[in-house]
Design a protein around this ligand. Structure first.
Ligand SMILES: [Zn+2]
Length: 140
């Protein structure tokens, strides 16, 4: 274990929820991670969208995720690709495969970029930023 702490740089743009994604962001504010489940084929999907990526149906329900998954992939960024990132590189962006199936892009709060491993088990942690709540992950 290291004492690494990821901190989201101030000034980085926040997500703007679409109409389809609003229930997802509302759930985050209650510290719940939800996924869409297609009422036609039962596929769970992320990110929120109007049409099921598996069967094309447009009828969903929201189901809660346990927020536990595995690091599926990651990339370490060394260049400040946004002005707010100056002084905050290198940082890692991870793709987490949730146990329910869908994969989410996020950051690890407690694992340094050079210590991340594919297959690492992680759990969601909700971090309040301005008027939103965003899902990050930490080592399980
Ligand atoms: Zn479907």
């Amino acid at each position: 274990m290291s004492d690494y702490v990821f901190e989201r740089p101030e000034g980085l743009p926040l997500p703007t929820p679409t109409e389809e994604a609003q229930p997802y962001f509302d759930a985050l504010k209650e510290r719940r991670l939800v996924l869409q489940r297609c009422r036609s084929c039962a596929a769970r999907s992320y990110p929120p969208r109007a049409m099921c990526p598996e069967c094309g149906a447009m009828d969903f329900e929201w189901v809660e995720s346990k927020g536990i998954g595995t690091v599926y992939s990651y990339v370490v960024t060394h260049q400040a690709v946004h002005p707010a990132l100056r002084g905050h590189t290198p940082f890692a962006t991870v793709e987490v495969a949730l146990d329910e199936g869908p994969r989410m892009t996020s950051n690890l709060l407690d694992v340094a970029p050079d210590a991340i491993e594919i297959g690492l088990r992680v759990i969601v942690e909700f971090v309040p930023i301005e008027d939103q709540m965003l899902p990050y992950f930490r080592r399980l």
